[in-house]
Design a protein around this ligand. Structure first.
Ligand code: ZN
Length: 155
């Protein structure tokens, strides 16, 4: 089997950033997948599961209520737990979604109260959440993007 595109990126030089993971097209519909890399792969601790779960709930809620809601296909965690994927309609660049991602991080950092979708009838593992740690990672990621706007994969 062929080695898929995202496995060809050298994860040893990858730093936290907002990268285009892939662009796909089916008929006339363009779809862009973004790699929201929160931690440096294989060099920093991965995001813990409850925090990543909360990031998923807050991020999906924010994005699906945002001005861009019609263009959101999917938002969710990477299996390696070093970040999240954001899938959107359109042939987009990291610059295009940078303001939206920053707004989403501000939403997470400032979030108070009941985590959306975290009731037993709404989620498959409703009690596994950690709002404080989700905020910690959102802040860490936002700081990284502000310090070094990494928008293209390193060579
Ligand atoms: Zn859930």
């Amino acid at each position: 089997m062929e080695r898929i595109e995202s496995f060809r990126i050298n994860h040893l030089t990858l730093i936290p950033g907002l990268y285009v993971s892939r662009r796909d097209k089916c008929k006339d519909v363009d779809v862009t997948t973004f790699d929201l890399r929160i931690t440096a792969p294989n060099r920093e601790p991965v995001v813990d599961v409850p925090a990543l779960h909360t990031i998923e709930h807050l991020g999906a809620t924010f994005l699906r209520n945002s001005a861009q809601k019609e263009n959101i296909v999917y938002f969710g965690p990477m299996g390696c737990r070093t970040g999240c994927y954001l899938v959107m309609f359109g042939k987009l660049t990291s610059e295009d979604v940078y303001p939206l991602v920053m707004e989403m991080l501000d939403f997470m950092i400032g979030f108070e109260g009941e985590i959306p979708g975290a009731k037993p009838e709404e989620c498959g593992n409703y009690s596994e959440q950690n709002l404080n740690m989700a905020k910690f990672y959102a802040k860490k990621y936002k700081d990284a993007l502000e310090k070094d706007k990494s928008l293209v994969y390193p060579d």
